[in-house]
Design a protein around this ligand. Structure first.
Ligand SMILES: [Zn+2]
Length: 370
């Protein structure tokens, strides 16, 4: 199955280059809410004390957010309840970026960085000297195309070492780190790894990564991405308690609510399968910290990653609301959504994207009635 998000991956690689030379420190003030949540009514939260959805985020490119004259993401977020940004592709040394960070801090918008990081954590250049660090394919050959061998102590040591480097240049304001496994990559089939599914193998690395992160930031949490190719919940490896699930239903059908089990998405994946996947994962990961990464507003997806031929986002408020009900019914309180390509060029072509307001307000004002 083809499952790569090619432009997004390319942009994220560029972003990583910027990160490495950057000494940027988080400046945004935290406006954490929800810590007062009462366990006595685990499903009902009064709107005046705390929104149900604690994280109300977007993931976008610097090109999308850098021109406030055409679309002012910071103002839009502040006005409509969006409280978290993950921005890729910025030049971290630029004054524009630093000013953007300052402005986010002023209005309490959290900054985090959702990235595939395995090729930095386990550099492919090590393959010649240490092929055993890398995954074995189904034919018994070590290959450096993706991920690695999590049963290799050398590979784990390399990942620990590079985690410490990455974490210092890569500081989220909300303590939530995202060092995703490779996008669409294969896993290891060596004697020690066989029998471990994709999620198990990712967790063997992630359980090491979180320990290093918490030495640097005791509050650190780390995402485990449930994504195409990695839909099966972990079977054998238990996640560290501060690893949170990030559920990204990339192949879902955006024109049907997720609750509609018979709805068919890309490659024949049904919503019923996605719901089952989520349910299985929530037997392993806590719902309280789990996050959804959605695509309702992802114009890179609608435009098939061609920024020169933008298509209109097929936003549907009714589906969005029903999906919020679905996610809330699982106890999920953290939602982020791509809005890639919803930037200046989008506004020029299609006008102001009102759906960003509906998205923010929908999350902010959501009341879980269950
Ligand atoms: Zn292996």
């Amino acid at each position: 199955m083809k499952r790569i998000h090619p432009i997004v991956c390319f942009l994220m690689s560029l972003l990583l280059i910027y990160f490495m030379g950057s000494g940027w420190k988080a400046m945004a003030a935290s406006d954490k809410e929800g810590e007062k949540f009462s366990a006595s009514s685990s499903k009902t939260v009064k709107r005046e004390t705390e929104p149900w959805f604690k994280t109300r985020g977007i993931v976008a490119g610097w090109n999308d957010v850098c021109n406030p004259e055409l679309i002012d993401y910071i103002s839009l977020a502040k006005t409509n309840g969006i409280n978290t940004f993950s921005i890729f592709g910025a030049n971290r040394e630029s004054e524009e970026w630093k000013e953007f960070v300052r402005q986010c801090g002023k209005v309490g918008i959290e900054l985090e960085y959702e990235e595939h990081q395995m090729s930095f954590l386990l550099p492919r250049a090590l393959f010649n000297s240490h092929p055993e660090y890398f995954r074995m394919d189904e034919k018994g050959q070590r290959v450096s195309d993706a991920n690695g061998c999590p049963s290799s102590e050398g590979a784990l040591a390399e990942v620990r070492r590079n985690t410490a480097i990455l974490a210092k240049n890569y500081v989220p304001t909300n303590n939530r780190y995202y060092f995703w496994f490779d996008d669409g990559g294969g896993i290891c089939h060596c004697d020690k790894c066989k029998g471990l599914n994709y999620a198990d193998q990712a967790l063997l690395f992630e359980n090491e990564i979180i320990k290093v992160l918490q030495k640097i930031n005791p509050e650190a949490m780390l995402a485990h991405l449930c994504y195409p190719g990695a839909e099966e919940a972990p079977q054998k490896i238990k996640p560290h308690p501060d690893i949170f699930l990030e559920f990204a239903p990339f192949y879902r059908n955006l024109l049907r609510p997720l609750r509609e089990k018979s709805a068919v998405g890309k490659y024949g994946v049904t919503h019923g399968e996605y719901l089952k996947t989520l349910e299985e994962h929530l037997k392993v990961f806590p719902a309280e910290t789990a996050q959804v990464l959605e695509y309702w507003m992802d114009d890179s997806l609608f435009s098939e990653w061609n920024p020169n031929d933008l298509k209109e986002v097929e936003w549907n408020l009714d589906i969005f609301r029903k999906d919020l009900d679905t996610y809330a019914s699982f106890g999920i309180r953290h939602i982020v959504c791509y809005s890639v390509y919803v930037g200046p060029a989008y506004v020029k072509k299609f006008g102001y994207p009102r759906f960003l307001e509906e998205y923010g307000k929908g999350l902010l004002n959501y009341e879980n009635k269950e």
